[in-house]
Design a protein around this ligand. Structure first.
Ligand code: SF4
Length: 190
């Protein structure tokens, strides 16, 4: 199994702001977050990475519990979200997603199986196919952290990580759940 030190050596090449290593049991999954998604988020019921398309909270919790470890990290973006600059938020999300993909690939190539959650809805396609067609890139799509009932502010605080950076800066988060691949899985990769 890859060690935390090996992962640290790899990720320091990226502009990661803060990171922490956790166990799935350290992460709380709250049913109440679903109600907040439904009430307050414009992405609710519009994207395969968001509720209700993702499974029920109990299934999300069970899926996450199937991994042995979690890497939580954040990147910071500096953008004033006025009208002229509103695309910059999307650009910084794309940079965060690309960085996430590199780290995910590194873990897979190191013999792990992974399950990755990131901030916000999936934006890989200009327009999500939800609900009329299947997701175009199910292997690359990262469900939203909150869709799994996780309150990232609470989790970041418990990990001594920043969540609020003031008006001019904001943070993107990723949680990569990982575990060693089984012998059978490694054989099926050959
Ligand atoms: S990959 Fe495309 S179809 Fe799938 S969730 Fe993301 S935006 Fe939607």
């Amino acid at each position: 199994m890859i060690t935390n030190e090996e992962i640290e050596k790899y990720i320091v090449r990226f502009p990661i702001y803060q990171y922490a290593f956790l166990k799935p049991s350290d992460v709380e999954h709250s049913e109440a977050v679903r109600a907040i998604c439904k009430r307050d988020c414009k992405k609710y019921d519009t994207n395969w990475a968001c509720p209700p398309a993702v499974a029920r909270i109990s299934k999300c919790r069970a899926r996450c519990a199937g991994y042995s470890d979690v890497l939580l990290f954040s990147t910071v973006a500096s953008t004033e979200l006025d009208e002229k600059e509103k695309n910059k938020r999307a650009d910084s999300k794309q940079v965060h997603e690309e960085l996430t993909q590199y780290i995910e690939d590194y873990l897979i190539n190191s013999g792990c199986r992974v399950y990755t959650l990131t901030s916000d809805a999936c934006s890989l396609c200009p327009r999500c196919t939800f609900p009329h067609e299947y997701c175009r890139y199910p292997e690359r799509m990262h469900p939203c952290i909150e869709s799994h009932g996780i309150v990232i502010t609470d989790l970041a605080e418990r990990c001594s990580m920043d969540y609020n950076m003031g008006r001019r800066l904001y943070l993107w988060f990723t949680m990569i759940y990982y575990r060693p691949a089984t012998e059978e899985e490694l054989k099926s990769d050959e």
